[in-house]
Design a protein around this ligand. Structure first.
Ligand code: C2E
Ligand code: MG
Ligand code: MG
Ligand code: MG
Length: 274
C-alpha cells in the first residue's frame, strides 16, 4: 500500500511539474510577443514625504495578458530576466517614465519618478548609452529620475557596478537601494556607492510596531541610512500605526496601500495636473 501511495505521489508530482513547466513555457512564449503587441502597461505608486506631501512615484510595470488578465511583475520579471527580454522591456519602462518626468516638468511640477532596474539590465554593455539616449530624446531632467537597484546587482563585479553608478550619478541621476535588508550588502560596500536612498523592504515593515525584533531591525536600518547620509523610504506601509512608528524612528518617506494604491500612470498624471 505504501508503495502504491508513493507511486501515486510521484505521478502527482510529475503531473504538477509538467503543468508548471507548460505554464512557464507558455508564459515565456507569450512574454516574447507581449512587447511587440503593446501589452505592457506602466503603473505608478506615489511616495510621500513626512505626513502627506507627495514627492514622487515609483514606476511599476504590469502585463495585460489577453487570457490571464493582469499579470503581476513578480510572476514575469524573473522570466524576463532569464530570457533577456528584461533589456527591451526595461528600456520601455525607462522611456515611459522619462516621458512622464518631462510632462511633469512642463507643467512646473517637481515630482520624481523611481524606476526599477534589474541586475541583468544594469549590467548590459550599453546600459549607460541607453539611459543617455532616453534622457536626451525625452528631455527629462536627470535629477528627477531615481534608479532603484537591489543588492543582487552587487553580488559580482562590484567595481563595474560602482563605476557605472558614478557615471550615471554624474549626470544627476539618483540611486536607491531597493528591498534593503533582504540581500547581502555589507556596510563597507554601501559606503563606496553613490547612493541617495535606502528602501526598507516590506517584510520588515509588515509587523511593526507589534513585533519588537522587526521594530529593532527597522530602527537599525534607519540608523545606518542616517549614518551614510541617505534618505529612507519605507515600502508596504498599510496602517497608520506603521507609518507613525516609522516616522518616529526617523524614516522620511513612505509608500504603501495606506497612502496610495498603484494606478495607471496616465490616471495619476491626470490627478496630479488636476
Ligand atoms: P518593488 O520594487 O519592491 O515594488 C514594491 C511592490 O510592493 C509593488 O509590487 C507594489 O505594488 C507593492 N506594494 C506597495 N505598497 C504595498 C502595500 O502597502 N502592501 C502590499 N502588500 N504591497 C505593496 P508589484 O507592483 O507587484 O511589483 C513587484 C516587484 O516587481 C517590484 O518590487 C519590483 O522588484 C518588480 N518590478 C516592478 N516593475 C518593474 C520594472 O519595471 N522593472 C523591473 N526590473 N522590476 C520591476
Ligand atoms: Mg522598487
Ligand atoms: Mg522595493
Ligand atoms: Mg520589496
Amino acid at each position: 500500500r505504501a508503495k502504491a501511495e508513493g507511486r501515486n505521489r510521484v505521478a502527482f508530482f510529475e503531473a504538477a511539474m509538467q503543468a508548471s513547466l507548460l505554464h512557464r513555457y507558455e508564459l515565456e512564449q507569450d512574454l516574447r510577443a507581449a512587447l511587440r503587441l503593446g501589452q505592457f502597461e506602466l503603473w505608478v505608486q506615489a511616495q510621500f514625504e513626512g505626513g502627506a506631501k507627495m514627492n514622487g512615484a515609483e514606476a511599476l510595470v504590469r502585463w495585460r495578458h489577453p487570457v490571464r488578465g493582469l499579470v503581476s511583475p513578480a510572476e514575469f520579471i524573473p522570466i524576463a530576466e532569464e530570457t533577456g527580454l528584461i533589456v527591451p522591456l526595461g528600456a520601455w519602462v525607462l522611456r515611459s517614465a522619462c516621458e512622464a518626468i518631462r510632462a511633469l516638468q512642463g507643467a512646473g511640477r517637481s515630482l520624481r519618478i523611481s524606476v526599477n532596474v534589474s541586475a541583468r539590465q544594469f549590467l548590459e554593455h550599453d546600459f549607460i548609452a541607453q539611459v543617455r539616449e532616453i534622457l536626451e530624446q525625452s528631455g527629462a531632467d536627470p535629477s528627477r529620475l531615481t534608479l532603484e537597484l537591489t543588492e543582487s546587482v552587487l553580488i559580482d563585479s562590484f567595481d563595474v557596478v560602482a563605476g557605472r553608478m558614478r557615471e550615471l550619478h554624474a549626470l544627476g541621476i539618483r540611486f536607491s537601494l531597493d528591498d534593503f535588508g533582504t540581500g547581502y550588502s555589507s556596510l563597507a560596500y554601501l559606503k563606496r556607492l553613490p547612493l541617495s536612498e535606502l528602501k526598507i523592504d516590506r517584510s520588515f515593515v509588515r509587523d511593526v510596531p507589534a513585533d519588537p525584533e522587526d521594530a529593532a531591525l527597522v530602527e537599525g536600518i534607519i540608523a545606518v541610512a542616517h549614518l551614510l547620509h541617505l534618505d529612507v523610504v519605507a515600502e508596504g506601509v498599510e496602517t497608520p500605526e506603521q507609518q507613525q512608528f516609522l516616522r518616529a524612528a526617523g524614516c522620511g518617506s513612505f509608500q504603501g496601500f495606506l497612502l496610495h494604491r498603484p494606478q495607471p500612470i496616465d490616471d495619476w498624471l491626470k490627478d496630479v495636473f488636476g
